[in-house]
Design a protein around this ligand. Structure first.
Ligand code: ADP
Ligand code: 5GP
Length: 212
């Protein structure tokens, strides 16, 4: 199979991207748009003990599990990382992530700041993107506009967002999610540039060089 910066993938192990942002900043929307546009880019499906919101489907938006089941999986070491976010447990399945990467797919983990720290602490090579809302006021509007959380949940998310945005310096890239399609373009630029790095392209380039 061939690979190129535009199409990605191939036989090499895939790249691991992390996208974090305060809840409501639009990270899920951005990443969903991007995976529709770029072949060989997959969004990881997390496990969570949170109840499904209206319109969310088990096995699509998340793998919804009981807290007991989540804790059993965590104790068995099945998560690459997991965290307590707003009182619910969220985690990335290590086996699912690894099988996509082994198949040469690039994987995006849409996880919170704590989860991103845990992935990095494992020594994994990642390209981490912080999605910044244009302002606190816009974040509040988006959380309310999504109208899927209770007022108490919105207040908690807004309060936590103040610590989360302060962590942006821990990331490799910052994408401000102002106008949606422009923000998707910038995020795509990050993925496409990473796919063009020497380490990623070396094998294909050497194959070409051997034709000379
Ligand atoms: P997150 O995954 O970060 O919690 P979502 O992707 O659920 O956020 O987006 C929160 C809300 O903001 C949704 O209603 C979504 O449609 C909206 N949204 C996302 N990006 C933009 C944007 N660039 N402009 C306007 N609304 C946006
Ligand atoms: P929500 O309940 O709005 O879907 O998500 C709440 C928060 O949990 C978001 O910040 C989201 O990024 C984070 N999150 C979702 N899945 C995971 C995961 O697998 N691990 C971690 N650490 N955070 C996650």
């Amino acid at each position: 199979m061939s690979s190129s910066p535009a199409t990605g993938a191939g036989q090499a192990r895939g790249l691991l991207f992390i996208v974090s942002a305060p809840s409501g900043a639009g990270k899920t929307t951005l990443v969903e748009r991007l995976v529709e546009q770029l072949p060989h880019l997959r969004m990881s499906r997390s496990y969570t003990s949170r109840a499904a919101r209206q319109g969310e489907t088990d096995g699509v938006d998340y793998n919804f599990v009981t807290r007991d089941r989540f804790e059993t999986m965590a104790a068995a070491g099945e998560f690459l990382e997991w965290a307590d976010v707003f009182g619910n447990l969220y985690g990335t399945c290590a086996a699912d992530t690894d099988s996509m990467l082994m198949a040469g797919e690039d994987v995006v983990l849409v996880i919170d700041v704590q989860g991103a720290r845990k992935v990095r602490a494992r020594g994994l090579q990642t390209q981490a993107v912080f999605v910044m809302p244009p302002s606190f006021a816009v974040l509040e509007q988006r959380l309310r506009g999504r109208s899927k959380d209770s007022e108490a949940a919105i207040q908690m998310r807004l309060q936590v967002s103040r610590q989360e945005v302060a962590a942006f310096t821990e990331y490799d890239f910052v994408v401000v999610n102002d106008e949606l399609s422009a923000a998707v373009d910038r995020l795509r630029g990050v993925v496409v540039s990473e796919r063009a790095r020497l380490a990623r392209m070396q094998a294909e380039a050497e194959t070409i060089v051997r034709t000379f």
